[in-house]
Design a protein around this ligand. Structure first.
Ligand code: ACO
Length: 427
């Protein structure tokens, strides 16, 4: 028998359906609450509110579980490649060898970006943050692809996916080339997606470039770990913007902006900057731990804590191992890494952090690994965006295919009641 939740408001009882997800997560369905009772619920930050039913990603913050389409993040990071995982996340099933090959080839058909986009990028100062430029360029792609995709047409949707995957990678790397004053580079369709990322970033017309396979493998893994994370801030933004039937590029551009904030994807850059600051300040990790605990000090230990993971972040575990491997193989000795390790050990043993279940999150280690791979600090959040792209696409696609209504929360008004207008000379 299906469960029912009963809400009692001043003796008036309202019955609300109870939904159980495929992993036994329970939810009270309040979608008809206002109709039947005249009241709404309030939940700033949506800590207790589900915005949709989704088949893409399952995570359990208490047990530290993360799965895309039912496959564990550990298996995927260990045994699959980024484009394979992208296909899985977007289309719901692991691709056959033939489908994967086709997917890679179809993405290659869209790796050329309109030359006129270069005029747009030229308008930005070299000092502009790459995330701001990326958001603007993604939005600008709408102008070059004005036809909105018919989500009910499988072929059209598939083409939109390939186009987004192809062009976004190129413009993401252009943000870096612009900041360095380098000529913008082109995708090489004879090479792989992640290898192309390195080429697009670092290959110069003055000489040959050979990407290190260790670096390519590490990046591939990092992109997989970022591919989706259910209804986080940027993904919810993509779904929200898309719910007004705005196009895929416009929705993703909004997702890039949401990701940029230091409490979300911007944290990986903030972690590195924090570690550098501690290093410059003599490496006293204890001092910064005290600052993080001081409620009168706005300083937070960046890379610690997570809205959902209250035990450990499974991605952080995988990245930590990968960071150790990559740094050892590349022979990188980095004082920043030593500070990170000291900070981690001290925080994990500290009552403040223990009682609040604050553990290192994915961003704590990803910055360290990016730095070892030669990625500049202000490109870290762009790296996150490249990895998160398949998730944004999958969630946008799902939202449209499920014909979800426009996202439009309500509010509880706490401002003035009706006031009499007063002329300027009487105010
Ligand atoms: N350093 C110090 N104290 C912290 C930290 C931190 N990094 N994170 C949380 N706290 C404290 C808060 O001050 C609060 O203390 P209180 O109960 O005494 O008031 C308590 O822990 C709970 O914190 P909230 O902010 O309520 O937790 P919330 O779930 O809203 O925030 C968040 C999660 C934003 C990730 C937070 O932990 C944070 O700011 N971390 C640092 C930024 C960061 O690393 N972000 C990346 C997240 S992962 C990602 O987006 C991919």
């Amino acid at each position: 028998m299906s469960k029912i939740a009963t809400l009692d408001i001043d003796g008036h009882k309202f019955e609300l359906p109870f939904i159980v997800g495929s992993e036994n997560e329970g939810a009270v369905d309040i979608s008809k609450l206002r109709d039947i009772s005249g009241v709404i619920t309030i939940d700033p930050g949506y800590k207790n509110s589900g915005s949709c039913k989704s088949e893409v990603t399952f995570l359990d913050g208490e047990l530290g579980i993360l799965r895309y389409r039912g496959y564990s993040i550990e298996d995927l990071a260990d045994r699959a490649h980024f484009l394979e995982v992208s296909y899985l996340v977007i289309f719901g099933e692991l691709p056959t060898a033939e489908q994967l090959n086709q997917f890679e080839n179809d993405i290659r058909k869209h790796t050329l970006v309109n030359e006129e986009m270069k005029n747009i990028i030229d308008g930005f100062p070299k000092t502009a943050h790459p995330m701001g430029v990326l958001s603007a360029l993604t939005s600008a792609l709408t102008a070059f692809n004005p036809k909105s995709v018919n989500v009910e047409n499988e072929k059209e949707m598939y083409e939109a996916v390939c186009k987004t995957m192809g062009k976004f990678l190129v413009i993401a790397t252009w943000t870096y080339r612009k900041s360095m004053g380098y000529p913008l580079n082109y995708y090489d369709n004879t090479k792989g997606y992640v290898e192309n990322f390195m080429r697009l970033m670092f290959e110069l017309p003055t000489g040959p470039y050979q990407a290190d396979p260790i670096v390519i493998n590490a990046l591939d893994k990092l992109f997989i770990l970022h591919a989706d994370h259910e209804q986080n801030c940027s993904t919810s933004t993509v779904r929200m913007v898309g719910s007004s039937h705005a196009g895929l590029f416009a929705s993703i551009s909004a997702g890039v902006s949401a990701l940029w904030g230091p409490l979300h994807g911007g944290a990986n850059q903030a972690v590195l900057e924090m570690l550098e600051e501690i290093h410059k300040d003599g490496g006293d990790t204890e001092k910064y731990l005290m600052k993080a605990k001081d409620k009168n000090d706005p300083f937070r230990l960046m890379g610690f804590g997570h809205r959902v993971y209250k035990n450990f972040d499974p991605r952080a575990r995988i990245i930590k191992k990968a960071a150790d491997e990559v740094l050892t193989t590349l022979g990188v000795e980095d004082p920043i890494l030593e500070i990170a390790k000291k900070l981690e050990v001290a925080a994990l043993d500290d009552e403040y952090f223990k009682t609040r279940s604050l553990y290192p999150n994915v961003d704590f280690y990803s910055g360290i690994i990016y730095r070892a791979l030669g990625i500049p600090t202000d490109m870290f959040t762009v790296m996150f965006a490249i990895g998160r792209l398949p998730g944004w696409i999958a969630q946008w696609k799902e939202m449209r295919e499920n014909k979800e209504p426009i996202g439009r929360p309500r509010q509880v008004y706490v401002g003035y009641p009706l006031r009499e207008f007063v002329e300027t000379d009487k105010r």
